[in-house]
Design a protein around this ligand. Structure first.
Ligand SMILES: Cc1cc2nc3c(=O)[nH]c(=O)nc-3n(C[C@H](O)[C@H](O)[C@H](O)COP(=O)(O)OP(=O)(O)OC[C@H]3O[C@@H](n4cnc5c(N)ncnc54)[C@H](O)[C@@H]3O)c2cc1C
Length: 280
């Protein structure tokens, strides 16, 4: 028997359907379908790709809003300031081009995989998630939205409508480094994102550093972020990493690497990203 399938045209219609019972929200389907190989998706499908206004990246006074059906290819092609270099680099490494053409930034976050490449970048950017339901709209910082492996704070009747990135100065820069078992089409062993913004004199005034694939949820490195403040943005920032800065991480042994290897590799990736961000 065919499952129920709906493809609403508006957010209001989607919210009304979500309020009526359990649905599986479908964006690109590149996580949802592979997770159900050989079995049916238990809930009826709510395809959100026809909803007007959900696709694209918009700028407003407070920053940028990445609409929920914005794909990785949309990110690669968007005209964005240097602040988004890390997100563009991550976009180019999510699967292959076919996956980038359909997979969405919001889907990556909602799926809450510990190895999601988008999450550490968005954490370093200080992103938040905008949720809509018939009860209204709320916005949660990303670190309060992703609660654990495959676990988010989204209620069953809520739709993620956008990921918001706060505004930064035109001097803001970012860098991304990913290690997998091979160069492309690979699940990450570790991913690192660094974002720095500097004052008019070139001193770092804001810093975000986050690591993915080394804990159930991607983590920021607050001790390193604090040490970066005041440093000259154009100098070799890699020297500022203290191995103790990686304490918030809890890497595991698995098929892709041992915990010790992940720890060593992450220190190297952090230094690489810090060097990269200083030369942009
Ligand atoms: C071959 C292959 C390679 C891949 N490589 C990578 C990789 O290198 N790096 C990486 O990070 N990921 C990778 N992925 C995973 C996947 O492509 C990404 O996570 C992608 O961004 C998911 O987006 P989607 O739109 O396809 O999500 P979907 O599969 O449509 O949805 C994922 C989950 O989020 C929910 N959801 C989606 N959108 C919303 C919304 N707006 N509101 C509420 N819930 C929502 C869905 O219900 C589902 O539970 C790969 C997948 C495949 C098949």
């Amino acid at each position: 028997m065919l499952h129920r399938f709906e493809r609403p045209q508006t957010i209001a219609e989607a919210a009304r359907l979500l309020a009526s019972g359990p649905w599986a929200v479908l964006a690109g389907g590149t996580d949802l379908y592979p997770a159900h190989v050989g079995r049916k998706v238990a809930a009826p499908l709510l395809d959100i790709t026809a909803i007007a206004g959900l696709r694209g990246i918009r700028r407003d006074d407070g920053g940028w809003a990445i609409g929920a059906t914005t794909t990785w290819t949309d990110v690669v092609r968007a005209d964005l300031p240097p602040l988004f270099a890390a997100l563009k680099a991550a976009a180019r490494e999510v699967g292959g081009v076919q996956i980038q053409n359909t997979g969405t930034v919001a889907g990556n976050v909602c799926n809450a995989s510990p190895a999601a490449d988008g999450t550490p970048v968005l954490l370093a950017l200080g992103a938040s998630v905008v949720l809509r339901s018939e009860r209204g709209e709320r916005e949660l910082p990303l670190d309060e939205f992703v609660l654990g492996s495959r676990r988010t704070a989204r209620a069953a009747d809520e739709l993620v409508v956008a990921v918001r990135i706060p505004a930064r100065s035109a001097r803001a820069r970012s860098a991304f480094a990913k290690l997998g078992g091979r160069r492309y089409l690979t699940i990450s062993i570790s991913t690192v994102a660094v974002v720095v913004d500097s004052d008019g004199a070139g001193a770092i005034a804001e810093a975000g550093v986050a690591v993915g694939s080394c804990s159930a949820v991607a983590r920021r490195l607050p001790a390193l972020e604090a040490r970066l403040l005041g440093a000259a943005a154009g100098t070799d920032l890699a020297r500022l990493l203290d191995p103790a800065d990686l304490a918030p991480l809890a890497p595991i042994d698995d098929l892709r690497g041992s915990a010790a290897y992940r720890g060593d590799a992450t220190a190297t990736l952090v230094r690489r990203a810090l060097r990269d961000v200083a030369t942009r």
